[in-house]
Design a protein around this ligand. Sequence first.
Ligand code: ACO
Length: 428
Amino acid sequence: MTKKAELHYDGKVYELPVITGTENENAIDISRLRADTGLITLDKGFKNTGSTQSSITFLNGEEGILRYRGYSIEDLAENASFLEVAFLLIYGNLPSKLELDFFVEDITQHSLVHEDVKSILDGFPSKAHPMGVLSSLVSSLTAFYPKSLDPNRSKEEVNGTIIRAIAKLPTLAAWSYKNRMRQPIMYPKNELSYTANFMHMMFGLPTTEKKVSPVVSKAIDKLLILHADHEQNCSASTVRIVGSSHASLYASVSAGIAALWGPLHGGANQAVIEMLEKIKNDGGNVDKYVEKAKDKKDSFRLMGFGHRVYKNFDPRATIIKKAADDVLNELGINDPVLDIAKKLENVALNDDYFKYRGLYPNVDFYSGIIYRALGIPTDMFTVMFALGRLPGWIAQWKEMRENKEPIGRPRQVYTGAKEREYVPINNR
Ligand code: ACO
């Protein structure tokens, strides 16, 4: 029997259908609310609002569950490669060996970008944040591939646009770093794997696969997999909403990169390391910063703590914490910032303020420690996140297009001035 909710308003009773998802989550369908009652809902930050029905990622924040297309994040992080997960997210199923080979080959063959991208890159000052550069360069792909401007083209052409996005993002990301360092750019090497090729374009290393330690290579793959999708988060919602106006995939992803940049979202990984450094340089007094975070008059927050959805633990953080330990052991690095991180985690987890509000370390609390150990500069951390999140953005964009979703356009409750007459400037 279909469940229904009742709305009692202005002496009338309205029945609203309740929709149930495959994991038994219920949602009140309010699509006829305004037409039938004249009301809209108000939900700042969309804390209670489902913007779509999606079959990509399942997330249960109370129980700390994250699954891509039904597969647990723990299983995928342990056993799959990043491009395998990208295929899964975008096309819905794990690839056969042959499908994966084709997919990887296709991506490898498209990793080069147009030479003219270099002149755009040259126009940026070296101090430009790589996230801003990356967002611009991704948007500029529309100029080099004008057919991508029309997302209604054939399935094959849209797929070509998707492949190019995955293939070129590591090149553009590494080039945004090279611009930052004022170093010559490195061209992609097709004989290297996706991850090794990215490391080569960043650092000129490794020249052969053998030089990448399996522990390091696995840790990078894990990081990318853990970041690959997270249902309707700020950047994925941005990608969907931009794409809902039939803007191109590249324009939508460029907007997603901008949304990811902020410190309350993907930018938190950069902010975490900066915060840990600050605590270390201030004598390592963790308690002082925990108190600051609790003080409502102080704007300081513990970066890397808290999540809109996870209120018990972030399953990605559990995996990444272990990977951080493995990488530091493998590379023989003793990072004092890691000690501060562990102390901070310990103090916060035992403090009533954090316990009461369900504030736990999120994925970004530990990811920066791995990036640092690999020699990736702090302002490139969020770029690494973007590399990982790209398949998710593509899957969300593709699903939204295939389901022919309407343009995203929320309403508002207006609180401004009532109608008033224009006053000429000399009479004001
Ligand atoms: N430090 C101290 N207090 C916090 C923190 C924090 N990191 N996060 C939330 N709180 C407090 C808030 O002050 C609020 O307290 P109150 O109820 O007394 O007013 C309560 O916890 C709820 O916080 P909200 O901001 O309402 O929660 P929301 O779901 O809107 O925000 C967010 C979630 C943005 C992640 C927040 O926890 C935060 O700012 N964390 C730090 C930044 C961060 O790590 N972001 C990365 C998120 S993961 C990702 O995007 C990949």
